[in-house]
Design a protein around this ligand. Structure first.
Ligand code: BG6
Length: 515
């Protein structure tokens, strides 16, 4: 398709307010885990380098692994060597960063640990002159969350100490494994923390391209008037990955694509595309609109789930020219596993804006390529002016939000093909983040961590949102659990997913965009 590259002509210098956090201490539970090394430590480093952290702050790593401060600083150093963005860092910056890191080993489920932790925090608040603001980051396996939350409450660490402004808790996904467990966890959290202290993380909301959906919709006058059932035919949301489950079989076997990707990331994307304009740009007003979308999703009748939800599991295949194992042969996976690695849903929203518009949503591992995008497909032209062309030859306009990779937004429309003959082509107008905002793209965790520190909950899931999302997912999970093994389609690794998924848009004479 010919491409008219219209990169946003040198964006005007934005007047941006840079948020600044108060002095703080962070306790990371699960400090020797992957998330801490890959995401949290690099995020703190980049925030510091960007001048977004105050002068006074510290981190206490918490875990069962026996280590002292020096041992943990070695972990921090290794993490930065592997995952920091800047190639070289002066020794003085390393030193300044490393000396903020401390470690306290012990059993996070036992009261004894918290009396030691409290004393250590009082001492570090003084040493680093932070004034006592504390963030407790739960990056452990989820079965440890209730115990940690309980003990934080018992030790009084849930309340800001004298002179401090705040005490907050960050909870990583997965938040529960079904509605009942999410409700139980929410209940436990609410016994110890007020909702305005709780940050349920979904890293998709921290992605620049995801945040931009709201700016695109509400900072431009031309799109919102056509953002409804009168002009939009359907919307597709795709998060496809080419990787398999890597070393995460232990987690993934008990999760599957629906829990891992839909209950959180895909439904959050769905809410941003479908929500009504909020009354203002404050955290709770925006979160309220996201909640309203979930409340308007039409429940899928239990006897019709197969018409609205499809799953699959990857078999052997070729990815990137290399032969790869099927899911059941991955290390740590049961040879007769029924865990789905692909899921696709068709959803409807029952409200004035979206009545009749279908939303097709899919995600899977070991697909043809890694791509996350939202496609808004507009209606067909109502009447064809250009005889002898027929209207089916004219592709409807599409607007694609490319969330990753190659972040950008792309609009396709019809154009006359040069020459005396009457013919036309689909062309695209492309906006690319990389070309327009050279190099300015912080990682999701940087943004989210900073928001926890400054106290902005807009990009975090509220208690009711989490429970509503599980209420949508739960009946599908239960239905799949009851189905016989033969009901689980196997798709070839490196493909578009199971053929059965084509029926979701196929029943409506629509089709998925090719990956
Ligand atoms: C995580 C899931 O939440 O998101 C993973 O647990 C998935 O299974 C990952 O691979 C995808 O995130 P991203 O940012 O790479 O699209």
């Amino acid at each position: 398709m010919p491409k008219a590259t219209i990169s946003c002509i040198s964006p005007q210098k934005a007047t941006c307010e840079e948020p600044q956090a108060n002095p703080f201490g962070i306790v990371i539970f699960g400090a020797s885990g992957d998330l801490t090394k890959r995401k949290l430590i690099p995020a703190l480093f980049h925030l510091m380098q960007a001048g977004l952290l105050p002068d006074h702050w510290y981190v206490v790593g918490s875990g069962r692994t026996h280590m002292d401060d020096e041992g943990f600083r070695k972990v921090v150093r290794e993490s930065l060597q592997s995952f920091r963005k800047t190639a070289s860092t002066p020794a003085s910056v390393w030193e300044k960063f490393l000396r903020r890191f401390h470690y306290l080993s012990g059993d996070s489920q036992k009261a004894k640990y918290y009396s030691l932790l409290s004393k250590r925090l009082i001492q570090l608040d003084k040493e680093h002159r932070t004034g006592g603001n504390r963030l407790f980051y739960l990056a452990t396996p989820p079965d440890l969350y209730p115990g940690i939350i309980h003990q934080l409450g018992e030790a009084g660490l849930n309340r800001p100490i004298k002179g401090a402004h705040w005490s907050r808790v960050v909870i990583e996904k997965p938040f529960g494994k079904d509605l009942a467990s999410a409700q139980a966890l929410n209940k436990k959290v609410a016994q110890v923390f007020k909702e305005n202290q709780v940050y349920r993380i979904d890293h998709y909301l921290g992605k620049e391209t995801v945040q931009n959906i709201l700016f695109f919709r509400f900072a431009n006058a031309i799109f919102e008037p056509i953002w409804n059932r009168q002009y939009i035919d359907h919307i597709q949301i795709t998060v496809a990955e080419d990787i398999g489950i890597e070393h995460r079989a232990g987690y993934y076997e008990n999760s599957g694509a629906l829990r891992d990707m839909f209950q959180n990331h895909l439904l959050q994307l769905f809410c941003l595309v479908a929500m009504e304009p909020p009354a203002n740009f404050e955290a709770d007003t925006v979160r309220e609109e996201r909640v309203k979308v979930l409340k308007s999703i039409r429940p899928i009748p239990s006897e019709k789930i197969d018409q609205f939800a499809v799953r699959g599991q990857y078999g052997v295949g070729i990815v990137d020219g290399q032969p790869v194992n099927g899911y059941r042969s991955e290390h740590g996976v049961k040879p007769d596993s029924r865990t789905e690695t692909y899921a696709a849903l068709k959803l409807h929203i029952d409200n004035w804006r979206w009545k009749g518009v279908r939303f097709y949503v899919r995600s899977g591992k070991r697909l043809a390529k890694r791509v996350a995008e939202i496609t808004v497909e507009f209606k067909w032209v109502p009447h064809l002016l250009f005889a002898p062309l027929i209207s089916e030859n004219i592709q409807p306009n599409t607007l694609v939000f490319r969330i990753q990779p190659d972040e950008g937004i792309c609009l396709t429309f019809q154009s006359k093909h040069p020459g005396p003959k009457l013919c036309m082509d689909s062309v695209t107008m492309d906006f690319s983040y990389r070309d327009s905002f050279k190099g300015i793209s912080p990682e999701a965790y940087e943004r989210l961590l900073l928001d926890c520190l400054i106290g902005d909950q807009m990009l975090f899931a509220r208690r009711d949102w989490v429970e509503l999302s599980w209420a949508i997912i739960d009946p599908i999970l239960q239905h799949w659990q009851k189905m016989p093994d033969s009901g689980l389609p196997i798709y070839e690794a490196g493909s578009q997913g199971p053929d059965e998924a084509d029926d979701l848009p196929g029943q409506d004479n629509r089709q998925w965009r090719a990956l």
